[in-house]
Structure formats: C-alpha cells, structure tokens
Design a protein around this ligand. Structure first.
Ligand code: HEM
Length: 185
C-alpha cells in the first residue's frame, strides 16, 4: 500500500530538509538585521516562484483557499519595514509543471512549521508578526491545525503513480532551489 502523499513527501524530503535547515542556520539569519535582510531576500525569491502556483485556477479548485496562502505580500511588507530591496536570481526562474506544483506547495506550506522556531528568534531583533517578520506568523487557525488540514487536502488528491512521482520530484526541486537561493543571497 502506498503511503499517504503527505507522508511520502515527508519521507522523501527529510534529508534534504535537514540540509536546508542547516544551511539556513549557517547564515545566522538572526545574528543581525543585515543577515535577516538576506534571509528575507531569499524568501522573496522563493515565494515569487511559487506565486503562479498559489494563483493557479485549477489548483484552487482542488485545494480550498489556496490563493490566500501565498506569503508574498507579507514578505513585501517585511522588506518595506526594514528597507530591504528585492534581488533577482542569476539563474532562470524555475517553472514547475504539472503535479510538480504539489511538491513545491508542500515545501512552502511546511516551511511555516519551522517558522515557529524562527519567529521566536526574530523577536531578539525586535521583529514581530506586525513588523519585519510578518511572513513567519502562524496561520490564523493555528500552525498545526492549518498544516493538518493542508495535508488532508493533499492526501485527498487522487494521483496516478506518475503524478505522485512528479509531486515528489517537485518537493525535491523546491528544496534544491531554496538552497541555491540561499547560497546566492
Ligand atoms: C532554519 C530553518 C528551519 C528550521 C529550524 C526548520 C524546522 C522545522 C521543524 C521543527 C519542522 C516541524 C516538524 C514537526 O513538527 O513535525 C519543520 C517542518 C517542515 N519544514 Fe522546516 N525548518 C527550517 C527551514 C525550512 C525551509 C527553508 C523549508 C522549505 C523551503 C522547510 C520546509 C519544511 C517542511 C516541508 C516541513 C514539513 C515536514 C512534514 O511533512 O511534516 N523548512 N521544519
């Protein structure tokens, strides 16, 4: 029996997650506002790549309220708060296709769990969910509750094995892209 999609995504990307986690921490994003600003620039690039997926009509039919979940607006406000300018990627913008989009969404929504830890760190720089660290705030219905609901929606999608493979590949690509973004900024 196949694992539910959300569990397969977790299993498949655990190692990559841990390497992203270590890479982010190695840039000491909360050591100074300057370092945090770079982290914001990375989040901005990442969320800009995801925006077309969050806005996609077909995915919005399949995943309720999807377009509301993009954190790009909050990131822009965080950047304005701290006078940080967006940067562009040197490489071409990835363009996830088909069911790869699911893996990208998994990666993006899941990153909000780790944000619970980052949020606390941000307080040390006097940042909060109303100044500079808005994009790290919990979903209004609560981080875990929202995450469970999101995973249920993923698990409710009926995918062929090829589509499932695309979703797993998408998660891998998303984590790998985030790593390249972090290295660039
Ligand atoms: C320093 C940075 C990070 C830390 C400390 C961190 C930490 C965590 C923690 C503690 C969890 C929750 C585990 C749980 O309660 O089950 C989590 C989950 C997750 N994080 Fe991160 N994270 C970081 C960065 C990221 C980034 C940059 C991404 C994506 C680009 C990401 C993607 C995810 C995903 C997809 C999950 C969900 C795993 C699952 O399926 O349960 N994380 N992270």
């Amino acid at each position: 029996m196949n694992l539910p999609l959300s569990e397969a995504l977790k299993k498949y990307s655990r190692q990559t997650h841990d390497s992203v986690d270590a890479l982010v921490l190695s840039m000491h994003p909360f050591a100074s506002v300057e370092n945090y600003s770079k982290f914001l620039q990375a989040q901005d690039i990442f969320q800009k790549t995801l925006k077309p997926i969050y806005d996609d009509l077909d995915w919005n039919y399949k995943i309720e309220g999807l377009s509301q979940l993009s954190r790009l607006k909050q990131i822009s406000k965080d950047m304005q708060d701290l006078n940080v300018n967006p940067v562009s990627m040197v490489e071409e913008q990835p363009n996830p296709s088909g069911f790869e989009a699911i893996g990208w969404l998994y990666c993006s929504e899941g990153s909000n769990l780790g944000a619970a830890i980052l949020c606390k760190e941000a307080q040390k720089l006097n940042l909060s969910d109303s100044y500079g660290a808005r994009h790290l705030a919990a979903h209004e219905e609560g981080r875990m509750r929202h995450w469970r609901k999101f995973k249920e929606q993923l698990d409710g999608l009926e995918l062929t094995s090829e589509q499932r493979q695309q979703a797993l590949q998408g998660a891998e690509d998303a984590f790998a892209f985030f790593k390249r973004v972090i290295r660039q900024v």
